[in-house]
Design a protein. Sequence first.
Length: 222
Amino acid sequence: MSEGRIRVFIAEGSSVFGRGLSSCLAESPDLAVVGQVRAGAGLPGLLEAGQFDVMLLDATLSGLEGFALVQQIRESCPGVPILLVGVTADVRWLLRGIRTGAAGVISREAPPEEFCAAVRRVHSGHLYIAEHLAEKLVLFYQRNEGEPLEERLSPREFEVMKHLSAGLKLSEIARKLNISHQTVTTHRRHILEKTGLRTTAEIIRYGILNGLGQPQDERPGA
C-alpha cells in the first residue's frame, strides 16, 4: 500500500542498482516505489501524470542525449519533480540539470539516507543540492567571472553546438538528431546570438578548448 506515502518512480539503466535503490527506499515508512523501468527514449510514453510523486532518473539512460529526456518527461508529467542520478554529481551538471527542469542531482555513491532525504525535499517543492555541491557552487561563482557560454543554451541547442564543435555539417546534424536542416540552421543562429560567437569556426574553436567536440561527449554541460 502506498496510501499516504510519497510515491517514487525509478528510471535506472542498471537493474542491480535500481533494485538496491528500490529496496532502500522501501525501508522508509513514508516512501513507496510504485514503478521501475530501464527504458530511455520510450520512457515519456509510459508515464501518466498523477501516478507518482517523484521520479529518480538515471542521467545516462540511452536513447536521448544530454538532458532532453528531462524535458520530455516534464511535458508528460508537469509538476512532478525529477531527481537526476549519476555516477558523479558536479556543479556544472547541477546547473544544467536545474535549467533543464530537474529538481536536483544526486550521486549514485550517496548513502541511502541521502536518497530518502532528497526525495522528501523535492516532494515538498524545494530544490535538492547536496551539501558538498552547495559549497562548490559558491566557489564556482567566486572563481568564474561569467558562466560558460554553453550554459546559456537550451538542451537541444547544446546538442547542436556539440556536433558543430565535432566538425559535423548541418545536414549531418539534421540526420543524426532526426530534425530538419532548417531547424538545425535556426539552432545554429540561436547559438551564435546567445554565445556571442560569430562563425561556425569560432564554435569549433570554443568547443575544442572546452571539450565539447568529443563525438561521445556524455557530459551534461558539466
